[in-house]
Design a protein around this ligand. Structure first.
Ligand SMILES: [Zn+2]
Length: 228
């Protein structure tokens, strides 16, 4: 079946003598792998479609139960050369991309297409890079993928007065349920507000925000950071 989609190139590996195998996050189908046959030949029309971090419009042959789809044609929408021109930017984008590749199943992740595109755009063009951008990105992905921690009430007993946060329990817990939760961090209403704000805010606003110490330590201890 021939399909069309917008896509983001997350990985591009040389294959055989003249081809590439690219992992692409597509708007239509989520994560797929395509072979771009002959794309490394100088005159190949597919050559431009295989740049890491680029946005492309593609046409490909899709067959279910096949791991590798076949790239037919397409056009480049945005190259994002600015990422590779700075070591810090390249590192941060590579970190983001490897998280996405580890976290998402094959054909998963349609719902984070625009989130990934927006963070790549932001990093390419921004002057200052806050390393917490990666953590906030993962935090936003958890929300979109439905594995976001509970912030409203104690995850164990439902008590509304829950002032401790625990990643291992998946959200806030109350004093009575605290017991030996060693990873629990005491939080305030302000921290909850800040966490919720990070979910909604755009990258410019997040960069300008002075993130509080407690919020920062919660972001830094997200368990998914080291992969599945
Ligand atoms: Zn409780």
């Amino acid at each position: 079946m021939l399909e069309k989609s917008k896509g983001l190139v997350l990985q591009s590996l040389e294959f055989m003598e003249s081809s590439y195998i690219c992992t692409i996050l597509t708007e239509r189908r989520g994560l797929i792998k395509v072979i771009a046959k002959g794309a490394r030949r100088p005159k190949s029309p597919l050559r431009n479609l295989c740049n890491m971090f680029g946005t492309i419009n593609i046409v490909y042959y899709f067959k279910r139960d096949r791991e590798l789809q076949i790239l037919k044609e397409g056009n480049l929408v945005r190259r994002r050369d600015g990422i590779a021109s700075s070591y810090d930017k390249y590192l941060l984008c590579s970190e983001i991309v490897s998280f996405v590749l580890q976290f998402l199943p094959y054909e998963g992740g349609k719902e984070i297409f625009y989130l990934v595109e927006s963070v790549l755009d932001f990093i390419e063009t921004s002057f200052e890079i806050n390393p917490l951008i990666f953590n906030v990105f993962v935090f936003k992905v958890l929300k979109k993928e439905g594995t976001f921690p509970e912030l409203d009430k104690c995850v164990i007993c439902g008590n509304k007065e829950a002032q401790f946060f625990s990643w291992s329990k998946g959200g806030v817990i109350c004093k009575a349920c605290l017991k030996n939760k060693l990873d629990a961090i005491k939080i305030t209403q302000g921290v909850k507000k800040e966490l919720l704000y990070l979910l909604e805010a755009n990258w410019d606003d997040i960069t300008r925000l002075k993130i509080g110490k407690i919020t920062e330590s919660i972001l830094k201890s997200i368990p998914y950071l080291k992969g599945k």
